[in-house]
Design a protein around this ligand. Structure first.
Ligand code: DPP
Ligand code: ZN
Length: 882
């Protein structure tokens, strides 16, 4: 497929100042009249106007009210010989019912929705479909009054009324100029939860959450989250809601999580609907972050948008950072903040690090793409958020807030670049470390790959001096063989076993228990003084940079950090390092497969579990083994079955060795009170659920029937979905005989709730493969009457859950890969964007041992040879095979 390059950017040849759209909504033939005021961009050489379109039926083009000649060049409509300023009127039709790509205007459960980011607006009308063309929009919607009673678009409702033939209309005007990717309409039978608010600064607004009428009782948490978001952005950054009306609408057919259309956010139901009976704690947290995320885009994305799609992280990295900070600030306690940080870092390391080491590795600001939808990645989002966090680490909270304020002062209403953001941060903080190293810092935007930082320390007892040498390298990535050094903030403390954090001085400065070391050279020395005892260095506290830290700590030193580090992130990290070391030793053959974990590690986990000064949520994270995919990343030659066997053996060992402790933990943390999704009670549920899983696992060996019986009882009488799901998962994951009756019951209870049925599919597809029957189970579920691959949530719940289940997917006979190819090609025929996500499942095939590697390679080649592949999937598989 043709490649689009960042260096080829040129400003648009024309501007579109106003757009007046009128829709006659009809499921099979919607008529769109698009009237624009267009002006030549005098700063560009004269050239024809080229408008983007995709799958449109063009009926008429008028320039200043007159018919005109035009050409088609591929999908583009080309107009030549135009005056400097003119009215352009284009009349097209499209077929929403046939729109299975869910980009542009489509129908979901008899309701019209749109999705325009990145390039969906061209599926609605011909336009300059690029984010640097910003226009004032007014929109008139006409539709059948009974079937589509609610008609929504961006901005304010200025007029509505009844038409003949049972139709009605609504006219919306958006007071803010915007790029077309933020355009949206919704039309259908919906009900709204409404909330009027008065903000801190005294302005009044109407918040609305629209859902299908039967779902209104599941919108309370989303509304609470929205109110918190409005208040937080004003309190933390002084960013106010700039709209009279802010609407959120939920749809069950959505490619992504949600979309920040100006004043009219459209959401996947997964991130709106929740009740204690149907949603888990994880779902409640997801709603809070995604509601926050889309709301925060109103400033970071909408008020200031991207000049071009290479700058995507300008809005996404920044907005992920903002939603992460939001959740941390709402969490309130230091421990709950740390739990959120650990969860975010786990995603980064288990998903983004592999991406950055594989065929799709790309910089946070990519240099080229064939299909922009393929670059809505964990690198642009999550690594991008880490880059933004490093500004804050280098500048401090206040310096960062000043930088953001300057960014808005300079760029409000503009479409800008990552360079503009960096410049504002630096200019607002003259003389800062960031300002001194700005060009070098910006390598985080241009260089792909995860840097490696190696730390070597030396203690001089006599001089009470500790010398730490930090050095950095970064592996090659596709198209980038050589890397220049990064600016890497390393928050460091020195922990003396038995004494805790030492207050030490760095290079003669004021004593403190934590210092931010800034590594800029390939190798650098940092000298700490007043070091009164031999310390264990606690480095990269709070995960202060997105790097791999190589540090040669002994088991005893790691145990000391786990027990004593004042930074909870690094305490958790030390435990994970210890577990990973022992698991990897077992995988590579040196360790004991019956009991991969050593006695002192198990004892440390026990004492962590029993500590009274730690939150349950934190304990659950410490006691959770590193994932199979994270373990696999550490190996050069991966046998997924071996990795799985070792991790399962370690789980059984923990179940066995801590049996009495798990029973204690379950009894101690089981709550029967009313459900609240706050961090403390969700942490208790998380630990109780982990304990129950362990106890049911252990019952497989001992033949005990008490714990499986308790789990089964919970699947019946649990007071909330978190507990019910955990109990059902405990039985399913252990392959217990009670799993089937529990699943049947679960399905019967929630047959009408699509999001819960998604869980029912996902639970089965993600269960450990016992005796090679997982694939057969998934194939049977594909034929279940509730399965429908066209619904992205359902496809993800079954097919993606299966490919994310390493030991089920990576079979020695390669049948998992064949299944992957068949599903991929089937989905690609109707929804390339979802298919391209599934295509990523074999990104890391070159790391696999035989026979997996050859089998995976063969299936990738078959996909690449398929005659009618979308450009989305083609880009992914060609990179994988390169
Ligand atoms: N809707 C996606 C997000 O919010 C893309 N903007 O991240
Ligand atoms: Zn976003």
């Amino acid at each position: 497929p043709p490649v689009i390059r960042r260096e080829d950017y040129a400003p648009p040849a024309y501007w579109i100042d106003t757009v007046d759209l009128s829709f006659d909504l009809d499921p099979t033939k919607t008529r769109v009249l698009n009237r624009m005021r267009v002006r030549r961009n005098a700063e560009q050489p004269p050239q024809p106007l080229r408008l983007d379109g995709d799958e449109l039926n063009l009926a008429r083009v008028l320039v200043n009210g007159q018919g005109t000649s035009f050409k088609m060049d591929g999908d583009q409509l080309v107009l030549d010989g135009l005056p400097d300023e003119f009215d352009l009127e284009i009349f097209t039709t499209c077929n929403p019912e046939k729109n299975t790509k869910l980009m542009g205007l489509y129908l979901s459960q008899d309701t019209f929705f749109t999705q325009c980011e990145a390039e969906g607006f061209r599926r609605i009308t011909y336009f300059l479909d690029r984010p640097d063309v910003m226009a004032s929009f007014s929109v008139t919607l006409r539709a059948d009054r009974k079937r589509f009673p609610v008609l929504l678009s961006n901005g304010n409702l200025v007029e509505q009324g009844v038409l003949e033939d049972g139709r009605h209309f609504a006219k919306w005007v958006d007071p803010h100029r915007k790029p077309c990717y933020l355009f949206a309409i919704v039309a259908g039978c919906l009900a709204a939860r409404e909330q009027r608010i008065v903000t801190e600064s005294g302005s009044e607004h109407l918040l609305q959450i629209y859902v299908r009428p039967g779902d209104l009782d599941k919108t309370e948490h989303a509304m609470q989250s929205l109110m918190h978001s409005v208040a937080w952005d004003e309190a933390r950054f002084g960013l106010k809601l700039d709209l009279e009306r802010f609407m959120v609408v939920a749809t069950s057919d959505f490619n992504m999580g949600a979309m920040e259309n100006k004043g009219l956010n459209i959401f996947n139901t997964k991130y709106v609907l929740a009740s204690p009976a149907t949603a888990t704690d994880v779902d409640f947290d997801g709603i809070e972050s995604v509601i926050g995320h889309e709301y925060f885009h109103n400033w970071t994305g909408n008020r200031v948008t991207c000049r071009d799609w290479f700058q995507l992280s300008l809005k996404e990295g920044l907005t992920v950072f903002r939603d992460q900070e939001f959740s941390m600030d709402l969490a309130r306690t230091a421990s709950a903040r740390a739990v959120k940080r650990i969860e975010d870092v786990r995603v980064l390391r288990t998903v983004q690090f592999p991406e950055d080491a594989g065929p799709m590795a790309h910089p946070v600001r990519p240099d080229q793409y064939a299909e922009i939808n393929n670059f809505y990645t964990v690198t642009v989002y999550e690594k991008g958020a880490e880059v933004v966090r490093m500004y804050q680490t280098l500048l401090g909270r206040e310096g960062f807030a000043k930088g953001l304020a300057l960014y808005f002062e300079r760029h409000d209403g503009q479409a800008v670049t990552c360079d503009d953001f960096a410049q504002a941060m630096s200019d607002a903080n003259p003389g800062s470390t960031l300002a001194l190293h700005l060009d070098q810092f910006k390598r985080w935007y241009s260089q792909a790959g995860t840097p490696r930082v190696t730390a070597v320390g030396q203690y001089d007892a006599e001089g009470q001096r500790y010398t730490l040498t930090l050095s950095q390298t970064c592996p090659a990535t596709p198209g980038q063989a050589e890397k220049q050094p990064f600016v890497i903030p390393v928050i460091a403390g020195l922990v003396a076993p038995g004494q805790g954090d030492l207050a030490v001085s760095l290079h003669g400065g004021e004593p403190a228990t934590a210092h931010t070391l800034v590594l800029t050279e390939p190798s650098q020395q940092f000298v700490f003084e007043r070091v009164t005892a031999e310390p264990v260095p606690s480095l990269l506290r709070g995960f202060s940079a997105p790097v791999v830290l190589n540090q040669d700590l002994s088991d005893a030193e790691l145990l000391a950090l786990l027990a004593q580090d004042s930074d909870p992130f690094n305490a958790w990290e030390a435990g994970q390092r210890l577990l990973m070391r022992q698991l990897l030793a077992a995988v590579t053959g040196a360790g004991d497969l019956a009991a991969p974990l050593q006695a002192d590690a198990v004892a440390a986990l026990r004492s962590t579990l029993r500590r009274s000064d730690l939150d349950a949520a934190f304990k659950a994270l410490v006691l959770t083994l590193p994932t199979e995919s994270y373990l696999a990343e550490q190996l050069a030659d991966v046998d997924p079955q071996r990795v799985h066997a070792v991790r399962e053996a370690a789980r059984r060992q923990l179940a066995r060795d801590l049996a009495a402790d798990w029973a204690w933990a379950f009894d101690e943390h089981e709550d029967n009170g009313s459900y609240r999704p706050d961090p403390v009670s969700s942490g208790r549920r998380s630990l109780a659920g982990l304990a129950l899983g362990m106890l049911v696992e252990l019952a497989r060996e001992t033949g005990d029937s008490v714990w499986p019986g308790k789990a089964y009882q919970r699947t019946k009488d649990a007071g909330n979905m978190t507990d019910r799901y955990a109990a059902t998962a405990a039985l399913v994951n252990a392959g217990h005989a009670l799993a089937q009756p529990a699943l049947t019951r679960f399905h019967d209870l929630f047959a009408d709730d699509a999001l819960v049925i998604d869980k029912w599919f996902a639970l089965q597809a993600a269960a450990p493969d016992r005796g090679g029957d997982a694939l057969g189970r998934v194939e049977a579920l594909l034929r279940h009457p509730d399965f429908n691959a066209r619904n992205p949530n359902r496809a993800r719940s079954l097919i993606f859950s299966f490919t994310g289940n390493p030991a089920a997917f990576h079979r020695t006979d390669g049948a998992g890969y064949t299944f992957w190819r068949e599903q991929l090609l089937a989905i690609d025929a109707f929804n390339p964007q979802v298919a391209a996500r599934l295509a990523r499942a074999l990104d890391r095939w070159k790391k696999l041992a035989e026979p997996y590697r050859s089998a995976a390679h063969g299936e990738l080649q078959k996909v690449a040879a398929h005659p009618s592949l979308s450009k989305d999937v083609r880009e992914i598989v060609e990179k994988a095979l390169a």
